[in-house]
Design a protein around this ligand. Structure first.
Ligand code: SF4
Length: 949
């Protein structure tokens, strides 16, 4: 085969090729956009781009239909009909911004917390967060709470980084790759390219997932686990490794807190905390001199076991001893967990043995001298070539935080974090929790007309950092960082509308949302949320959530519930930056960021949301957006990207800084910076020196590099926190022995789940319903060809997934006498939906599932009213309540992880009843009007036809 011929560049199909960054999913691949006669004719992958190296997926190439979608909003809109009717009138930007400024300024002068500002899967959180901070409201977060905060929180708290945007498998060197709960829409091109490498290199790929589609379909081994039991499987693997003594002791001693002494003084305020010296340094037991010394003592050989007496007479044990005692318990033996996980004991034992065999018997070494942060030199980098990756399938459970922690613990136990062949950090990670802020939002952190005194989202070090008042009541509308979910480091967007509607903990005046389809597929209890958005106070006749501002590029279901719509551009019409201050696109070997720029001018009366936000900031005279005289500091987002400095010399973009554009990381602002990015293909990449590429958490050369780049001002090495002291502080509060004492209502829950060592408990959504009444799990995932709700209105992508069905395991079909095309009622403790079924064998035997967000509401997204997406297709969201069933006393917890607040989408339990044949899925909501009048018919938009004429 002639490879040169196969990879020949495509012929130019336009007058000009403009290089920018894809936004059809969150991978941020480089794309070449071919323009002809002022229109986009073709999109291909950029072969020079470090993320995708020319690879383009179906979504990326269909960006052209996203850009020309009939669903695009065309002008600012003011609601003229009742909420939900979809009736609007077009207004000018002057009027729209005047209304928004008036509403927002009123709130800011009065009580800034009456603004709730939440964004969806936007890629500009460093701007939106900064704006909200300058506005002064405590109520800000992005979509992480209903996505995968469990992964981020568990990763950062345990190893200083997490999967995907903060790290990646060492695709080139790994020999065994284990993927937990990852659907094929996630990390799309990078994972596909990575799996291709594994296949080429002969590496083994194991996928743990209840459903075998996409990535799982090409795995060497598929483990069809029962949803919500991944943590138990991982702890059983840990049990086997400990039993066989197949762990990397040197690695544990060197890089983790396994040797730190834990105080054993039950009933006291320090029980279970680390013993420390007068300077706060954790203590270890030095096994040669048999003395207790502080960590870092020169030449100390720290013990991993043994009970020792401290100078003050109390006793302590190394945290590893607690770890080993816990997981060697027979309750974690493969036989003991087989029934619960649905995985045979032999298969669990086999996977554990294979992990150990590859990690230790196939270890690799890169001969590259390096020096660690303690000054010790090493001949090379020793690699344990076993890597893992996980995402929402593992984390979107009420036990997801502890499960994700368990997975990171497993990585550390075999020495496979940031080593050759293992999981590798991507700059600016790793970052210890101590380098992150604590959360801000308590009353003393803000006041009318004042910025918040620090960032909203951070990591509490203990109960003292919670955002609660003196009585323990939440300070935030989503109750993030309260006793309900103390480590909700991404907020709880899925609770905002319910809480605002209930005025619990207080009412808000303005709900400001960006790119989040909360009236449809991004909310639990969709029908309930719609009612809340439409609900009026009978006394005043006003909506209970008085004012809703919404910005989106498309006529999503949420648009119909806004009072004021600020139409966004498509991703090809605006500036954006994919910043190291936000969610980076770095690779393990390189620091990287990127931009988008208007490769085509908008042909509608729309503006990029980020520029609108900056404009609003200036109109509101927010510090950081207007000077003392009220003069705007920035013309638009492009100007902000170039000239904003978060710290002196540190701005949104790391590349081409300095007066001559020759500085990286730190440097003066460069007016030519965006142009230099465009000339470079819209990205910047700087390689990490070879001696700094591994063991970044403890590598002096990497730490120095990170300081030079401006990630930190001083080195920030990470010690892996297998034992979490912060969680133990909450348990002490719940026991009533440590201030602040936890409220009575929360104590048992904290004692049950805040184990400082990774733990497994049955997901609440499962534990609180009768499993005989609701015998099956119900889950969703997105297909490879679509991302969030945008894809399922895209003219090309709709042809791949036009309608969804409920996929039912063969055995259940037999039992209920179901065949393809039959209709069933799918019933949860909360609600019921009527849907078509399809039989499937490659799925866990107690699990039904469907593609998420294919179902649309009639009238939304510029689609014809009779399309399959609006008639036959459906959402599982209707079955999921945002609250768990009532417990004793009638109180209801939110349907979330109790530690992080992560929405527990996949805890859902259902039963199936055969239904009459249907044509339209139920519930079927009344259609909504198109927000800005008649749309061009699809024929007029048929790609190529009208331009060819
Ligand atoms: S993987 Fe995502 S970012 Fe990359 S081309 Fe596909 S849609 Fe675009």
């Amino acid at each position: 085969m002639n490879h040169a011929e196969r990879v020949a560049l495509s012929e130019p199909v336009g007058d000009e090729v403009r290089k920018t960054t894809c936004y059809m999913c969150a991978c941020r691949c480089g794309i070449n956009v071919h323009i002809k006669d002022g229109k986009i004719r073709y999109i291909e992958g950029n072969r020079d781009h470090p993320v995708n190296k020319g690879v383009l997926c179906a979504k990326g190439s269909a960006g052209i239909m996203q850009h020309y979608a009939p669903a695009r909003l065309r002008a600012p809109l003011k609601r003229v009909g009742p909420r939900g009717s979809g009736k609007f009138e077009e207004i000018s930007w002057d009027e729209a911004l005047g209304i928004a400024t008036n509403w927002l300024d009123g709130v800011r002068q009065d009580d800034p917390k009456k603004l709730a500002f939440f964004t969806g899967r936007d890629q500009s959180q460093s701007l939106t967060g900064f704006w909200a901070q300058q506005f002064g409201t405590p109520n800000y977060a992005a979509h992480g709470g209903f996505c995968s905060v469990n992964m981020a929180a568990a990763g950062i708290m345990t190893i200083g980084g997490a999967f995907w945007e903060f790290g990646a498998p060492d695709w080139d060197r790994t020999k065994l790759f284990v993927l937990f709960g990852v659907a094929e829409d996630h990390d799309s091109n990078p994972i596909k390219m990575g799996i291709a490498k594994l296949k080429k290199n002969g590496a083994r790929f194991v996928s743990v997932n209840p459903v075998r589609t996409g990535y799982s379909a090409v795995a060497d081994n598929w483990i069809g686990i029962r949803p919500g039991t991944d943590g138990l499987l991982i702890l059983a693997i840990v049990h086997e490794l400990l039993k066989a003594r197949r762990i990397d002791v040197d690695y544990l001693v060197r890089y983790s807190n396994a040797t730190w002494l834990v105080i054993d003084a039950p009933g006291t305020a320090e029980h279970g905390l680390f013993a420390r010296d007068g300077e706060g340094r954790p203590l270890i037991f030095e096994s040669v001199t048999e003395q207790v010394v502080a960590i870092g003592a020169k030449g100390a050989r720290a013990a991993l076991s043994g009970r020792v007496q401290l100078a003050d007479g109390r006793f302590a044990v190394p945290s590893f001893q607690l770890l080993a005692e816990k997981y060697l318990d027979p309750k974690y033996a493969p036989e003991a967990v087989a029934m619960e996980t649905g995985i045979a004991a032999d298969a669990i034992r086999g996977l554990a043995a294979e992990i150990a065999r590859v990690a230790f018997d196939e270890a690799i070494t890169i001969e590259q001298p390096w020096t660690d942060v303690h000054g010790q030199t090493h001949e090379g980098f020793v690699g344990r070539p076993v890597s893992f990756h996980a995402m929402r399938g593992l984390s979107a459970h009420s036990n997801g935080f502890q499960t994700a922690r368990a997975l990171h613990m497993l990585q550390v136990l075999i020495g496979a974090v940031d080593c050759p062949g293992g999981f590798r950090f991507e700059p600016p990670y790793p970052k210890p929790v101590s380098a992150h802020p604590t959360p801000h939002g308590r009353a003393e952190h803000f006041g009318s007309n004042k910025p918040l005194s620090g960032p909203h989202l951070g990591f509490p070090r203990g109960p003292e950092d919670l955002l609660v008042d003196a009585e323990g009541r939440p300070a935030r509308i989503d109750k993030a960082f309260s006793w309900d979910s103390p480590f909700s480091v991404h907020g709880l967007m899925h609770m905002v509308i319910a809480n605002a509607h209930a005025g619990d903990p207080y009412p808000v005046d303005v709900l400001f949302l960006y790119m989040a389809n909360m009236a449809w597929n991004s909310s639990m209890n969709t029908a309930g949320v719609i009612r809340m958005l439409e609900d009026k106070d009978p006394a005043t006749g006003e909506y209970k959530i008085p004012k809703i501002i919404y910005s989106d590029a498309y006529a999503s279901e949420m648009v119909a519930y806004a009072d004021l719509v600020l139409p966004d551009t498509t991703y090809l019409e605006r500036h954006d930056c994919i910043s190291l201050l936000d969610r980076p696109i770095s690779e393990p070997d390189a620091v990287q960021d990127a931009i988008r720029w208007p490769v085509i001018e908008p042909d509608r009366n729309v503006r990029g949301f980020q520029s609108v936000l900056i404009d609003l900031g200036a109109r509101l005279r927010l510090p950081g957006f207007a000077d003392n005289h009220g003069k705007p500091l920035y013309k638009d987002y492009a100007d902000y990207i170039v000239r904003h400095e978060r710290r002196p010399g540190i701005g949104p973009l790391a590349g081409f800084r300095g007066l001559k554009g020759d500085r990286i990381g730190r440097g003066a602002t460069n007016p030519e910076q965006l142009q230099r990015y465009i000339e470079n293909g819209s990205f910047f990449s700087a390689h990490i020196p070879l001696e700094a590429q591994f063991f970044k958490h403890a590598n002096q050369a990497y730490q120095d590099f990170a300081v030079r780049m401006g990630f930190f001002d001083t080195p920030q090495p990470v010690t892996f926190q297998l034992y979490q002291e912060a969680l133990q502080k909450f348990r002490l509060s719940a026991e009533g022995v440590r201030e602040p004492v936890a409220p009575e209502t929360h104590r048992q829950r904290i004692l049950d789940v805040f184990d400082p060592l990774p733990d497994w408990y049955r997901p609440f959504g499962e534990a609180m319903v009768d499993s005989r009444e609701f015998p099956y799990h119900a889950i969703t995932q997105r297909p490879a060809a679509m991302y969030h709700s945008w894809g399922s209105m895209n003219a090309w992508l709709r042809q791949i997934h036009t309608a969804n069905a409920l996929y039912v395991p063969g055995a259940i079909c037999e039992q209920l006498e179901l065949v393809d095309g039959d209709w069933v009622w799918l019933i949860s403790h909360h609600s019921r939906i009527k849907v078509p079924v399809a039989r499937m064998e490659a799925v866990n035997s107690s699990t039904v599932w469907t593609w998420n967000a294919i179902g649309k509401r009639e009238g939304a997204w510029g689609l014809d009213r009779n399309v399959p997406e609006a008639q036959k297709s459906f959402l599982m969201n209707h079955l999921i309540h945002e609250l768990l069933p009532p417990r004793e006393g009638g109180l209801r917890w939110s349907n979330s992880d109790p530690i992080t607040g992560q929405a527990a989408w996949y805890d859902l339990r259902v039963r199936i009843e055969k239904a009459d044949k249907g044509v339209v899925s139920e519930p079927h909501f009344p259609g909504i009007a198109e927000p800005d009048g008649e749309r061009p018919s699809p024929k007029e938009l048929r790609y190529g036809q009208e331009w060819a004429q």
